[in-house]
Design a protein around this ligand. Structure first.
Ligand SMILES: Cc1cc2nc3c(=O)[nH]c(=O)nc-3n(C[C@H](O)[C@H](O)[C@H](O)COP(=O)(O)O)c2cc1C
Length: 388
C-alpha cells in the first residue's frame, strides 16, 4: 500500500479545562488546564486530537510523494503510522479519505483559506439557546463586560485641519439608500407577488449577458462586480410565500432567469428548515424568500488557483450580491436581511452540495415587512418606522 500525508492540514495547540477529582483533596477547584494538539483537516470535515508523537511524525511525511508502507515502517514507529492512518491524516489511494483528499487537491484551495472556511462552518447551532445560556451563566450585562466600543471614526487630524467636501445633492439613490433597513419583522400573513419575486432575483442574481470569453470559458455580466467576471456564486433558494411558487428548495438559474426545483416542502417544513439555516434566529424565519449565496470554489480557483486572495474574493462577491438584493427589494417597497450566523453544514445537506465543491457563505432574504416592529430594526432616520 502506498501512503502520503493529506494535502491540507493545520495543527493548533488548544487549551481546555479538565476536571480531576484528586485535585479536590488539596482544597482546589478540581480543574486544571490541558493543552491538546488539534488537527484541522478540511477533507475530514471534523477536528482530530493528536498525540505529540503524531504531530512530530506528520512533520516528517511527504504530502506530495506516495511512499510504500514498508519504506515508512522501516523509518518510523509503526503504531504512530497506524494511528495517523486510522485518523485519515495519512491516506492511501484506495480509501474514501484518500478520495476526499484528492478532491480537495483538485479544487486548488490555498491552505490557510481552506482551514478558515472549513473550521468556521456550523451544524445544528441554535443561537437562541446559546444566548440564553450565556445570559444565565454570565454576570452583568454584555455592555458591562465589553466596556466602551472603539470610536465610530478613527480621526487622523484635528477637525480644523479637515478639508470639507461639497454638500451632496440628494438623488433618488440617496432616498433608496436611506430606506434600506435590515428587516427582522416579516409579515407571515401575506404573499409576495410573482413579479416582486422575479424582479429582486433578476436584479441581484440574474445574468444580463453571457460572454464567450475563450474556448471553454464563458463569463457572465451581472449588475454586480465579481472577481475575474467568473460569478462563482450561485443563488439557492428556500421559497416560503410567493404567489404561484410551491414552498420548497430551489436553485436559481441566472442565465435562463428560471427556478430549478430541488425539493418541495410543506409550510411547516419550510419554516423549520429556515430556522435551521439561520441558526434559530427567529426574526428571520418568516422571510418570504431565503437566499443561500453559495460559492462554487472550483470555478473561482480554476483561475485563481492556490491564490492568497481567492477565498477573500468569493466573500466579497457575496457582499455585493446581498447589497444589490437589499436595494432591489427596497426599491419595490420590500424588505431584506443578511446574516453570517448560519448552519452551513445543514444548508449543504439540504441542497445536496458537496462541501469540497461548493458552500454557502451567508444567508440573506427578502419579503414583505410586517406592520409591527416587535423585533429590533436599526432605523435612526425613521425612514421605515415613524419616530415613537
Ligand atoms: C456580514 C453581516 C452579518 C450579519 N449578521 C447578522 C446576524 O447574524 N444577525 C442579525 O440579526 N443581523 C445580522 N446582520 C445585519 C446587521 O445587524 C445590520 O446590517 C446592522 O445592524 C445595521 O443595520 P442596517 O442593515 O439596517 O443598516 C449582518 C450584516 C452583515 C453585513
Amino acid at each position: 500500500m502506498r501512503l502520503r500525508r493529506c494535502a491540507i492540514l493545520m495543527i493548533e495547540p488548544v487549551e481546555r479545562l479538565e476536571f480531576d477529582l484528586s485535585l479536590l483533596s488539596g482544597g482546589g477547584s478540581g480543574l486544571r488546564t490541558v493543552v491538546d494538539w488539534v488537527a484541522i483537516a478540511p477533507h475530514l470535515g471534523k477536528d482530530v486530537v493528536l498525540s505529540t508523537a503524531e504531530v512530530a511524525l506528520l512533520g516528517a511525511l511527504s504530502p506530495s510523494r506516495w511512499t510504500d508502507r514498508e519504506e515508512l515502517t522501516a523509518a518510523h514507529p509503526c503504531e504512530v503510522l497506524d494511528a495517523l492512518f486510522d485518523k485519515h491524516l495519512l491516506v492511501s489511494e484506495s480509501t474514501a479519505a484518500g478520495a476526499r483528499d484528492q478532491a480537495l487537491r483538485d479544487t486548488n484551495w490555498r491552505t490557510a483559506s481552506a482551514v478558515m472556511h472549513y473550521a468556521s462552518r456550523w451544524r445544528g447551532v441554535d443561537t437562541e439557546a446559546v444566548e440564553q445560556q450565556f445570559a444565565e451563566t454570565a454576570e452583568g450585562s454584555l455592555l458591562d463586560r465589553l466596556g466602551a466600543a472603539p470610536p465610530v471614526v478613527r480621526e487622523r487630524v484635528p477637525a480644523s485641519e479637515r478639508q470639507r467636501l461639497p454638500a451632496v445633492e440628494s438623488t433618488p439613490l440617496d432616498a433608496l439608500l436611506d430606506r434600506r433597513v435590515t428587516c427582522r419583522n416579516f409579515d407571515a400573513s401575506r404573499n409576495l407577488t410573482a413579479a416582486q419575486f422575479s424582479s429582486v432575483l433578476y436584479r441581484a442574481f440574474g445574468a444580463r449577458a453571457v460572454n464567450d470569453y475563450a474556448p471553454g470559458v464563458q463569463l457572465l455580466k451581472k449588475g454586480v462586480p465579481s472577481a475575474g467576471g467568473l460569478h462563482a456564486t450561485e443563488a439557492y433558494l428556500l421559497v416560503q410565500r410567493v404567489d404561484g411558487v410551491t414552498p420548497g428548495l430551489y436553485h436559481y438559474h441566472p442565465v435562463d432567469h428560471a427556478l430549478e426545483p430541488i425539493r418541495m416542502l410543506t409550510a411547516d417544513e419550510a419554516a423549520a428548515t429556515a430556522r435551521r439555516f439561520v441558526a434559530a434566529q427567529a426574526y428571520f424565519v418568516d422571510a418570504h424568500v431565503i437566499v443561500l449565496p453559495t460559492s462554487r470554489f472550483l470555478r473561482n480557483f480554476w483561475k485563481y488557483r492556490n491564490h492568497a486572495k481567492a477565498y477573500r474574493a468569493l466573500i466579497l462577491d457575496v457582499g455585493h450580491l446581498s447589497q444589490t438584493m437589499y436595494l432591489a427589494a427596497t426599491e419595490l417597497g420590500l424588505a431584506a436581511f443578511i446574516t453570517a450566523a448560519i448552519n452551513e453544514v445543514d444548508i449543504e445537506q439540504a441542497f445536496g452540495l458537496d462541501p469540497l465543491e461548493e458552500g454557502p457563505l451567508a444567508v440573506c432574504g427578502f419579503g414583505l415587512r410586517g406592520h409591527d416592529r416587535s423585533e429590533v430594526e436599526f432605523d435612526p432616520l425613521n425612514t421605515v418606522w415613524p419616530a415613537a
